[in-house]
Design a protein around this ligand. Structure first.
Ligand code: HEC
Ligand code: HEC
Ligand code: HEC
Ligand code: HEC
Length: 444
């Protein structure tokens, strides 16, 4: 009897100890209590000038300013604007006929957004003002004043004088309450199309959704270049292809193959929320990219947003005890995704080469050729959905590897169909990129 009492007592003590440890860990990981906000200066609604908000919130402002000079790189990301075309010349071929084949640089810190878009060679006299939509804290004010339709109908060059501030407080916060808000009407519309109302979202949900103001796939709908997120059928890549197919939308026609091609933008939000391990565990973008930091007596969310691999102790260490192990996992995942992505690019380049020859051959079967183009269109968009997503696979490794496998398969099918269309088995030769000498170079 005594033996059992001891076992039960020890059991109870262990359970209590576990509960206590759990509670302490939970409490330690809680964000700081919301401070009552006592403004030193009153911030006007939609105030585009972040330095004015900075008077009341110097820590958030000073860390946001750091994003301007960040320049450290990681293996696949980081804050310098290295050229994707120089690093991976296959992309010059994949974007032929589209401005991305001219200049395509890696993303850098938020404070550079206006400077970088103003300098990029992709902009020409026909570029719509819509391109400023995710670059500036002037936007919420301009959208409120003139409406997004009128904004998007303007030219980039006409809008330029009004865009003076890079991404800032007004892109993410409501003045006064400082709560996180949806500021981009295109996001509001896209959520509405899915029957969702962000005003009912929890604070933790908003710590992800606020990034979806910009870090998403989008397109310019119609003559008026109306900024639209293609989310009506869902936010997975296959849902978007279905959406674009139904609409008969293309970003450009690939020269020589005549493929109605699609360009993916930076779908970090869609990729991450496609049931990734971290998303399912309730982790938000801000947990990794804007962790709480301590400076003197203050504890606040760093607004120095960049690769978490540059500050893993802060970014991952709040939840993972073995930071070395998890960053090691990132390296393994990214290397695997990178290799797989290059294999997909090789398949796409081969498909393009075969399609070019089949298209140039007047004897080719038109219907089969068209099937080959549709396969190329799908394969290329799926590849780009991974390639243009900036985490090199980390945000959702399983899903991303599946997309790449499907894309490679579709690209090889496109190549086969092109060969069938032309009745020419020679078009099935693979390894065209490797045989290419010299390799293509980005335009100077
Ligand atoms: C669990 C942590 C985690 C979460 C959550 C997370 N990320 Fe990331 N993110 C990373 C890591 C790790 C990288 C890879 C950085 C690298 O390669 O240097 C990354 C890369 C990025 C990059 C490219 C950074 C660069 O250096 O170029 C962007 C942009 C980004 N994430 C945005 C987001 C957005 C938006 C969300 C939410 C939808 C999100 N992330 C959620 C960890 C996270
Ligand atoms: C890219 C979006 C974004 C921008 C730009 C931004 N913030 Fe934040 N801010 C956040 C997120 C996300 C949080 C975390 C909110 C939460 O946990 O509820 C936050 C939190 C805060 C908080 C609450 C305290 C804290 O640090 O967690 C204050 C105050 C704040 N921001 C002020 C500012 C000011 C001032 C600016 C401009 C200088 C600014 N923010 C720019 C996204 C942004
Ligand atoms: C108003 C639009 C907007 C919002 C909101 C926004 N971003 Fe960005 N983000 C951008 C743009 C544009 C860039 C690229 C700027 C450049 O290259 O000049 C960028 C760059 C980044 C980078 C790369 C920084 C580097 O140094 O390489 C990361 C990481 C990132 N954003 C994460 C986030 C996260 C996390 C959120 C939400 C908390 C968020 N962003 C909200 C527009 C936005
Ligand atoms: C807010 C908490 C939180 C943060 C911050 C966080 N993680 Fe996690 N991470 C989790 C949780 C929860 C899991 C899921 C654990 C499980 O289900 O076993 C996880 C799982 C993982 C896994 C295993 C995933 C898999 O499918 O095998 C890796 C790798 C990982 N995290 C890396 C990172 C890295 C790198 C960072 C920083 C850039 C980071 N995490 C930041 C909470 C977090």
């Amino acid at each position: 009897m005594k033996k059992y009492t001891t076992i039960i007592l020890v059991g109870i003590i262990l359970v209590l100890a576990a509960v206590l440890t759990g509670t302490l860990v939970f409490l330690k990981n809680q964000p700081p209590q919301e401070r009552a906000i006592a403004p030193i200066v009153e911030i006007q609604p939609l105030e585009p000038d972040s330095s004015k908000w900075g008077v009341n919130f110097p820590n958030q402002w000073s860390t946001l300013q750091k994003t301007e000079t960040n320049n450290l790189d990681t293996t696949y990301g980081g804050s310098s604007k290295f050229s994707h075309l120089v690093r991976d010349p296959r992309q010059v071929i994949l974007f032929t006929g589209y401005p991305f084949s001219i200049e395509y640089n890696d993303d850098r810190g938020h404070a550079n957004a206006v400077k970088d878009v103003n300098e990029i060679k992709r902009v020409d006299e026909k570029t719509p003002a819509t391109c400023y939509s995710c670059k500036s804290s002037n936007n919420p004010g301009l959208w409120a004043e003139m409406g997004m339709e009128a904004y998007d109908a303007m030219l980039f060059s006409e809008m330029k004088p009004k865009i003076q501030n890079a991404i800032g407080c007004a892109n993410c916060h409501e003045a006064g309450t400082l709560r996180l808000i949806v500021t981009n009407p295109a996001l509001e519309n896209a959520l509405k199309a899915q029957g969702k109302d962000w005003k009912t979202f929890t604070r933790q949900e908003m710590r992800t959704v606020v990034c979806a103001n910009c870090h998403v796939e989008y397109y310019f709908a119609g003559e008026k270049k109306f900024l639209t997120f293609p989310w009506e059928k869902g936010t997975r890549v296959e849902n978007m292809i279905e959406y674009y197919d139904e609409l008969g939308f293309k970003d450009w026609e690939y020269p020589e193959t005549k493929t109605p091609a699609l360009k993916a933008q930076h779908p970090e939000y869609e990729m991450y929320t496609a049931e990734s391990t971290h998303f399912k565990a309730g982790v938000a973008c801000a947990d990794c990219h804007m962790p709480y930091i301590r400076e003197g007596a203050a504890k606040f969310s760093t607004h120095d947003v960049h690769s978490p691999l540059l500050n893993p102790e802060q970014a991952c260490g709040q939840c993972h005890t073995d930071v070395k192990y998890v960053t090691g996992r990132v390296a393994e995942i990214q290397d695997q995704v990178y290799k797989t992505k290059i294999a997909t690019e090789d398949a796409l380049v081969d498909a393009i080469a075969a399609l070019k020859l089949a298209t140039a051959n007047p004897a080719s079967d038109a219907a089969l050729l068209d099937e080959a183009r549709q396969l190329h269109r799908k394969a290329q968009f799926m590849w780009d959905f991974v390639s243009a997503e900036n985490s090199m696979g980390f945000h959702n490794p399983e899903y991303i590897l599946k997309i790449l496998a499907d894309s490679t398969n579709l690209a090889r099918q496109a190549q086969m169909k092109a060969s069938q269309a032309a009745g020419d088995p020679a078009l099935l030769a693979v390894g065209l990129y490797d045989a290419m000498d010299p390799k293509p170079e980005p335009a100077k």
